[in-house]
Design a protein around this ligand. Sequence first.
Ligand SMILES: [Zn+2]
Length: 501
Amino acid sequence: MGYLKTFISAGAFALTLCLAGTASAAPDLSVMSAGERIAFTKAMPKGGELHNHIAGAVFPETLLAWAAEDGRCIDVPKLALAPPPCEAEGLRPAAEAIIDGELYSDLLDSFSTRQPGFLDRSGHDQFFGVFDRISGLGSGRAGDMLAVVMDDLAHQNTFYLEAMITPQGGPAAALGLTVGLKNDLAQMKAELDAAGMPALVTAAIDATDAMEARARQVLACGTPAARPGCQVTVRYLVQTIRVLPPEATFAQLQLGVALVQADRRWVGLQMVAPEDHPTALANYSLHMEMVGFLTGRGQLAPVALHAGELTFDYAPPEHLRDHVAQAVRVAGARRIGHGVDLPHEMGAEALVAEMARKGVLVEVNLTSNAVILGLGPEDHPYAWLRDRGTPVSLSTDDAGLLRIDLSHEYERAHAYGASYADLKQSARNALAFSFLAGEGLWADPGRYRQPVTVCRGQIGEQAPRGACAALVQSSDKAREQWRHEALLARFEESVAAMGRR
Ligand SMILES: [Zn+2]
């Protein structure tokens, strides 16, 4: 069977693991040394990643190497990438700049958050400014970026990615500006369709084909030299930009819904850019109304939203009262990115209980929250959400800019009180609460005590039998969950075997 081959090669990562001090079937993270915990979380199957911006996922060293290969320039005073020609004052060819040790190091600082207080910027400003400074790379490396992310996840024993990408973002925004903002959202939608929205959907599908073809080429998929990343299943979230004029954001959202309906690789909507930006704050309620309208509160297209990525440092109290509540109740979000303002929201306990009941998951990005918002273990709501049974899953947000990987976040979670059982649940949640199509393997997603009837007694085995095999064959979600459970079983066996030695 197809997946058997997948297990064998993917399982090789788990089987290389050797750990001391983890004799029981439930490893205790608190008795592990730092090195042991890092090795453990690196090898642990983490299911998938639900919050990953491809544009921020690649380390600056790689971006600079591509800039050099592509004949791009460095704007030295701005420490930014720029398009050719590199003749204007202050510009140097990237190929030349990267062999200048001091400049290279400054560029790595400029393109990441590794140097706290770099150029006297806050972590927040440094982080959000990077996207502008690397925009001079152009859009020609999308497939290369995807390949890097896929291969990196596979090397961490993780084989599902829900990647955030903005398809046809510029043309969609331009269409929105042409049509203009209307009070009647249905009228605005009709005018956008008449003004050329269907052509943008076609263009987005073509661009997705080209990006995936390039990623497969980079990874040598389908050849004897195929890299591990070829085994990663990828789906996409349409990331729309919340700091544009609202009619431009609306057009991006409308394109997103149409794309999700037209192409099974695109599975949901997102909204990104700083939530504390004045435009984003001013239009927050309007945005939630737009998403709710266009998606039929999540019925026509699944919705995940950055919401509540706020603290008092970045917004006044009135904005910390209901952003997550609006995302869940007005926009119909099934997942919340960050949600760190949740304890501040009105009726917070009732809200997280409602999220637990409805199965609304919070995508938790610990390093991102620490670097951008200054939230550490002492004031982060992660432990509270776990206690209340609100589903959570760990993710990187922007691994390249933050200079981390998914395993790093699993290791870091220990400092926030997470046990191995919590990490295991985070990994399973990454598939159960993904927007993959089809029925899942679990009757109780978020708890994982009861497999669906047809798969009882089989979870963790190499290959499914009978009606369970039919489910795994016909459902994207069940297939990924089956693969994860098999990897998990092997991982736990290898850990137990190490402990017995
Ligand atoms: Zn994000």
